[in-house]
Design a protein around this ligand. Structure first.
Ligand code: FMN
Length: 294
């Protein structure tokens, strides 16, 4: 996650037994290299790097990933065709994030090892189709034969179990980890997430790059421009540069872009990432036991 998952969060999650990911979308290549090295120093467990394909520096990031011998890459927000074979030639496991069965199929055809199927509820960039996790997971699980990892609206063990009943083999959790001690997000943003209620996030900027945001004055400015039929150029100008950093990393709750999922309504506490992993895992096992699923 941009501005939230650096080496501290990724290594804490990996050390707790899940797979931590470094979010390279907010990093220059030299910063990414530093995070990879620090993550390796902090954890001997597997970890991965996420590359949103819509950001600049992709080729340099891939160069760093290969040089630093990262074994797992999650790509998102773009076409997996271009880079999957390059990464796979280096022996890297490639997982691509999609929001529809059509794109899941394309990712499978491009040679990806697994798919993250991310529903409408999710924080961050999202598809225009508005397909919810409940509908997307069974559809994608039917469409492809590679493993499906469910994302969007999952912050508890019960939700994880539900996703697996729908056909997922694993889950990707984002928003919940924003409210971890180790996330690099600004404390003001983390606290705003704790305050969020149902309906406080909406998918914004569907004309340009759709992203689920916590409502704030910046969100309202975008909404009003959209209501007035602002063309893409005007929306891009309104977004400007550095909005996400301003909101999520610097804690400007008024003018910053605050990416978070619907599940923020269920997040009540900032805690260590290891506790979050354990809570989700135990919740998953307990619920499975309770309803007698094996
Ligand atoms: C603050 C934030 C930043 C994110 N940044 C990225 C990113 O850089 N790349 C990416 O593939 N997904 C990104 N996501 C999406 C997450 O990886 C994950 O798929 C999503 O949060 C899952 O849904 P959830 O928020 O309901 O847990 C981001 C999500 C959040 C909340």
């Amino acid at each position: 996650m941009v501005w939230a998952s650096g080496w501290r969060l990724a290594s804490a999650v990996s050390n707790a037994g899940a797979l931590g990911l470094i979010g390279s979308g907010s990093m220059y290549p030299n910063v990414l290299r530093e995070h990879i090295r620090k993550c390796k120093a902090a954890s001997a467990k597997p970890f991965g790097v996420n590359i949103p394909l819509l950001y600049p520096n992709i080729e340099k990031h891939i160069g760093v990933i290969i040089e630093e011998e990262v074994k797992i890459v999650f790509t998102s927000a773009g076409n997996p065709k271009k880079y999957t074979s390059l990464l796979k030639e280096q022996g890297i496991t490639v997982v691509h994030v999609v929001s529809s069965s059509l794109f899941a199929k394309k990712a499978e055809d491009a040679g990806c090892d697994a798919i993250v199927a991310e529903g409408f509820e999710a924080g961050g960039h999202n598809g225009r189709e508005e397909t919810t996790t409940l509908v997307l997971i069974p559809a994608v699980a039917d469409a492809v034969s590679i493993p499906v990892i469910a994302a969007g609206g999952i912050a508890t063990g019960k939700q994880m179990l539900a996703a697996m009943v729908l056909g997922a083999e694993a889950v990707q959790v984002g928003s919940r980890f924003v409210c971890s001690d180790e996330a690099s997000a600004h404390i003001a943003f983390k606290q705003a997430v704790l305050q969020a209620a149902e309906g406080d996030t909406l998918l914004s900027m569907k004309k340009t790059v759709p992203v689920r945001l916590l409502k704030n004055p910046f969100f309202e400015a975008v909404k009003s421009a959209e209501l007035h039929g602002a063309p893409a150029e005007e929306l891009n100008a309104l977004l400007g540069k550095g909005r996400a950093k301003k909101g999520m990393f610097e804690g400007d709750l008024e003018q910053g872009e605050l990416e978070i999922g619907q599940v923020s309504a269920l997040i009540k506490e900032i805690k260590p990432a290891a506790d979050i992993v354990q809570e989700i895992w135990e919740g998953f096992l307990n619920t499975r036991r309770k309803i007698n699923l094996h």
